[in-house]
Design a protein around this ligand. Structure first.
Ligand code: TXA
Ligand code: MG
Length: 317
């Protein structure tokens, strides 16, 4: 049984024993463990059911901790950290030689971020060391944005969940690689936009993955248990409007239907904040499928489209 607490001291004691704690962040809840303890790190992979080839993000209390993990953090890294940390941006940098390759999945790079959530920062400060934290869901499932979602993911496991309310951002962090001999490279879109990164860097961020990859990104991901479809404005789904066993997610364009409707609205920030919760809520009900009206194209929707492409199959018109 998962147990929910708001006591930082209980969470710290748990981490000190090498056990896991579900930690709220501004993006999604993470499954946190002592990044310096290889047995604790192994427990993260085991509990998630995640392949050891998929590296973990190391969470820091403050920017000064970067130098314990990164062999190099040049002017581009300094600029992005100053502009976006604490916040929903992860930087992939060359790893120091002593960084556990269990954390980096054998790579010589390490992913780092300072989360912008009071409970996460309090936990990191009180614990005093970095925490690895992948999203607190079972492998290939939807990232959780509330303690209730985490408890549903780990209903059959012993897990302490630190209560932190609903995640404000709602989608996983933007990941950017800053590696020697390469341009800044987007590995995963998030709510820190490419335009805002480029404005700070004063140069382009390459969007093709090139040689650097964020391993989890190839696969279908974030899928709910129910069949899940997405459709564009030119696809006619009106024959489904009378079905009472369909869940719908709209983006400011809800139509009268017989099924269960979640209207996330046409604001990309609010849509991102509510998307995973909508998927959890619809996945909960006695429904047979979920249909998602695709939001408009446009850079402010990039991260949302990226997650929808992983969660839902396209309906052809
Ligand atoms: O917002 C977030 O980033 C959340 C919260 C909890 O911080 N964490 C999260 O972790 O989304 P996870 O494990 O679900 O996704 C991390 C992604 C994976 O696709 C992984 O492959 C990539 O980061 N990654 C980690 N270390 C990497 C590295 N050294 N090089 C390239 N990609 C890396
Ligand atoms: Mg994840």
């Amino acid at each position: 049984m998962a147990q929910i607490t708001d006591q930082i001291s209980l969470a710290v004691a748990t981490l000190n024993r090498g056990e896991l704690v579900a930690m709220p962040t501004e993006t999604v809840y993470g499954l946190a463990a002592d990044a310096s303890n290889e047995e604790a790190v192994a427990r993260v992979f085991a509990l998630k059911g995640r392949p050891a080839t998929n590296p973990l993000i190391v969470h820091l209390a403050e920017t000064s901790w970067v130098h314990d993990w990164a062999a190099e953090a040049g002017p581009d890294a300094e600029a992005l950290m100053a502009a976006f940390w604490p916040g929903p941006l992860t930087l992939v940098l060359p790893a120091k030689a002593n960084v556990s390759r269990a954390v980096t999945a054998g790579q010589d790079t390490v992913a780092l971020r300072v989360p912008a959530h009071p409970q996460a920062l309090a936990l990191l400060e009180e614990f005093g060391r970095a925490l690895v934290a992948p999203s607190a869901n079972k492998y290939m499932s939807i990232s959780p944005t509330s303690s209730d979602h985490v408890a549903r993911q780990f209903a059959g496991d012993e897990l302490l969940i630190l209560e932190g309310g609903n995640c404000e951002v709602g989608l996983e962090s933007t990941i950017v690689a800053l590696l020697p001999g390469d341009e800044p490279r987007l590995l995963r879109p998030g709510m820190v936009s490419v335009a805002s990164l480029e404005a700070v860097l004063g140069k382009a961020v390459v969007q093709q993955s090139g040689g650097v990859v964020a391993p989890g990104q190839h696969h279908k991901h974030y899928s709910p248990g129910l069949p899940c479809f997405r459709y564009g404005a030119d696809t006619d789904v009106s024959h489904l409007y009378q079905a009472s066993d369909i869940g719908w997610i709209f983006c400011g364009n809800a139509v009268p239907v017989s099924g269960k409707v979640i209207e996330l609205g046409a604001n990309p920030d609010l849509y991102a904040q509510g998307l995973y919760d909508a998927l959890y809520r619809l996945d909960h009900d006695a429904l047979s499928a979920i249909y998602i009206a695709e939001p408009p194209k446009g850079p402010e929707w990039q991260a949302v489209h990226n997650r929808l492409e992983r969660a839902a199959k396209p309906l052809s018109s």
